[in-house]
Design a protein around this ligand. Structure first.
Ligand code: MG
Length: 382
């Protein structure tokens, strides 16, 4: 950036908690979600610009320890006071300040930091993807399918997703709902279908025969078979299996990607900017993965169209070589919070917004206001 642009100078932060009903319940080894509670962060700068961010934390500490209520409190008590009324040269400076003063709280920090990237793109009059260094006009999209009640329903959903154009299918698995469920499916859709599974850390280091059996299914990867703390089992399974191991919950910072590489706990990174403190840290991870030839893709957290905008912009960078979980709005919501809604074409491509400055989506503020369950406004006079 050059000195000619105005600095980031936030004078007000508004937090809103809204419930969003999913069009279908999303079940994983660690959670069942039919109503997605979403924490939105709106920032206003000294010149009257507004920008938005979305916190990806869930209501309960089953995916990761940081919950939506914890993130809300962290934003109110510690994050907002660090940025309100201060001038920052760019979003990276915001990220640095937050990481220097606050240990953890990555999801809370990310929500505010990503809003600063939107604001910075607005100030500079460029699309967010361009500001981040994106090089693609469209991004390839995969789908994540939750645990289903029967193998038949699962097969129908997978076939439906392939027919819609999705470029990669990710299935949630857990002990007891794994290899016996996958074998007939693979037989039906073919070994060449780009298929992967995500266990959300549900396997135990003492019992993972099913993971070994999965090795014969030609999966693209197995995501997070063990909890992040079970480093020994992750290293072992990564050594024993031919199938690549991808880490999701384990990745909370650049340091955790460096650890993955050094301890051989995985070989692919599922990067979610909302889980690593935001886009500045995501860019550092992107560059590190590029330097060390680590395949990278962008995961999803049941975001609304607001959060989706940041993921799509990030996934337009060259290091994202595997289709991301960047489903169109209708996959999750009867009506999204943004206009235009996110759409996918029949070849599984989502267009990167490159016409307007910022994220490229308009926020349905009236609807958000009507849906808001809880709201707090933070400013210097408070
Ligand atoms: Mg995952």
């Amino acid at each position: 950036m050059t000195d000619s642009f105005a600095p980031i100078h936030i004078v007000e932060i508004t937090l809103r908690l809204i419930p969003m009903e999913l069009v279908e319940s999303f079940d994983t080894a660690s959670s069942e979600t039919s109503i997605r509670a979403i924490l939105l962060v709106e920032i206003a700068d000294i010149d009257g610009r507004h920008a938005w961010g979305e916190c990806v934390a869930f209501e309960t500490p089953d995916y990761m320890s940081e919950t939506i209520n914890m993130a809300e409190m962290a934003l109110q008590k510690w994050i907002a006071p660090l940025v309100l009324g201060q001038s920052f040269y760019d979003p990276a400076a915001v990220s640095k300040t937050l990481d220097q003063h606050i240990d953890g709280c990555e999801m809370a920090k990310a929500a505010l930091e990503m809003a600063c990237w939107d604001l910075s793109a607005q100030i500079q009059g460029v699309p967010l993807a361009t500001l981040l260094g994106g090089t693609r006009e469209t991004v390839e999209t995969g789908i994540a399918i939750g645990l289903q009640n029967s193998d038949e329903v699962l097969a129908e959903k997978v076939q439906g997703a392939l027919d819609e154009g999705y470029q990669r299918i990710k299935l949630k698995v857990q002990p007891g709902r794994d290899v016996e469920m996958l074998k007939p499916l693979v037989e039906r859709i073919g070994m060449d279908t780009p298929l992967m599974v995500d266990a959300n850390g549900s396997y135990s280091g003492h019992s993972w025969d099913a993971l070994v059996e999965m090795d014969s299914l030609n999966l693209i990867m197995i995501e997070q078979p063990f909890r992040p703390k079970d480093v020994e089992s992750l290293t072992r399974v990564n050594e024993v299996l031919n199938t690549s191991i991808c880490l999701d919950e384990s990745i909370t910072s650049l340091g955790s990607v460096e650890s993955m590489r050094k301890l051989h706990t995985g070989s692919i990174v599922n990067l979610k900017p909302g889980r690593v403190g935001g886009l500045t840290n995501s860019l550092a991870i992107h560059d590190y993965c590029g330097q060390h030839s680590i395949p990278l893709w962008c995961g999803g957290m049941l975001e609304s169209g607001i959060g989706r905008a940041f993921n799509v912009a990030l996934a337009s960078l060259p290091g994202f070589t595997i289709p991301g979980d960047l489903s169109p709005s209708k996959r999750y919501w009867a009506k999204d919070l943004v206009w235009p809604e996110w759409e996918m074409d029949s070849s599984g491509q989502v267009a990167v917004p490159l016409e307007n400055a910022g994220t490229g989506v308009e926020i349905d503020t009236e609807r958000i206001e009507a849906m808001t369950l809880r709201k707090s406004t933070l400013n210097l006079t408070r």
